[in-house]
Ligand binder design. Sequence first.
Ligand SMILES: Cc1cc2nc3c(=O)[nH]c(=O)nc-3n(C[C@H](O)[C@H](O)[C@H](O)COP(=O)(O)O)c2cc1C
Length: 231
Amino acid sequence: MKRSAAPIPGSAGRNKLRWPPVAACRIAPTDTSTAGRDFVRAPTLQIIIGSTRPGRVGPAVADWLYQRAIDHGGFAVELIDLAEVDLPMFNEPKHPRFGEYTHAHTKEWSQTIARGDAYIFVTPEYNYAFGAALKNAIDYLHAEWQYKPVGFASYGGVAAGTRAVQMLKQVVTVLKMVPLTESVSIPFVQQMIDADRRFVPNEAAEAGATAMLDELARWATTLRTMRETAA
Ligand SMILES: Cc1cc2nc3c(=O)[nH]c(=O)nc-3n(C[C@H](O)[C@H](O)[C@H](O)COP(=O)(O)O)c2cc1C
């Protein structure tokens, strides 16, 4: 079945500052050639843009990875823009582990993340850490993240966002996610953005993406089986 692009729930125009114009949740069409045969659903990979400021480079890096993930062929791929999701600062009264959400934006965010089998967090480094928008989006949920792999595409100055990733690893392990070693780490990212504001990958970025996508596919399948048999 072909999937069409759909707006992400909860994105109803609260944030107008997005650049470049990516959909809040862009869903890539999947291959229909397996119709009529025994079919194991390709794992759903969600690429999450972790920066929200006007003029950010996050979407440029994420757009490149989105295409790389489609070309990989092992996933149904979704691109999620936290600027469009536009969650308010965490405002649920109960701990997310109860799953008793009171707000429509949380229920919608929950449904979005629950359908993912694997994630890539595309993150800048702000003051030696990852950004507040990503932390907020992570904190909203609990079971939706559990027993799923996560890869990191980080960028920044000389440290390539790796300090942000080290902090992210601490956070995601509390949620029982599986953080991957294989990653994309982009130093001096501004020098890799062309005149059309597109990310121009170098050899290291390409190699990192290939290794991370291969590893994500492996873990996504394994952990999905584990979740299904445990259920
Ligand atoms: C508030 C702020 C803090 C920053 N701190 C760091 C930092 O600690 N390390 C670093 O390498 N770059 C840092 N930078 C530079 C960012 O990595 C760079 O601006 C990057 O493009 C930010 O990602 P974005 O464009 O997607 O928002 C910082 C930028 C901002 C706006």
